[in-house]
Design a binder for this molecule. Sequence first.
Ligand code: PEP
Length: 231
Amino acid sequence: MIVAGNWKMYRGPDPHALRARVAAIEGVDVIVAPPYTELRTCVEAGLTTFAQNVHWEDEGAYTGEISPAMLLELGVKGAIVGHSERRQYFGETDTSVARRTQAALEAGLGVIACIGETGEQRETGDTETVLRIQVEAIGDACGPNERLVLAYEPVWAIGTGVTATPELAQEAHAYIKSLLDRPVLYGGSVKPDNAAELMAEPDIDGALVGGASLDIESFAAICEAAARSRS
Ligand code: PEP
């Protein structure tokens, strides 16, 4: 099981205190994805640390971007790519997500590549089409790379307090895995009180947690639910 905390553009909890709280949780790979300014402290605290994005070039005139090599130099182990907030507000496309993913994997980083339908796409019955296009863009560029993890994050469930039912999430995860055989995390308002039922589903391999990762106890409780789900 994998539980990753996406701190978004928040400072997040104290990395040393977080590390001390989650260190003894067995059977779960715990990852944090803080803003850039916190990357070094998280690495130094001994947390498996991912960036929230990564570019495909080693260096160049790409203001605001960061390269795989730069992240590796810092001791960062991977990056989230294609988060719906990047797709929605910053023009990220399936093509740019695939390029970022491919370059990061080739450089030796891990990648959590995010996919998911909007509420409107679900209502119009287009969920599988959207997921297939998103997954194929990544799969065509990278194949089932061992450092690649997917995160199913229905856009209507992110930061809204509305969580997909375990059955709905399981159905989407099974479909995604039929397209690309990699672990799939669920993301979208995961909290301590819904984590266990979500992670009991056979094709839910962990969680990508936004809001609840900003609180050490909430995040640790989700990690513990993940650990119990496969014990
Ligand atoms: C996220 O940012 O990836 C996310 C799932 O956020 P939240 O848990 O707050 O819905």
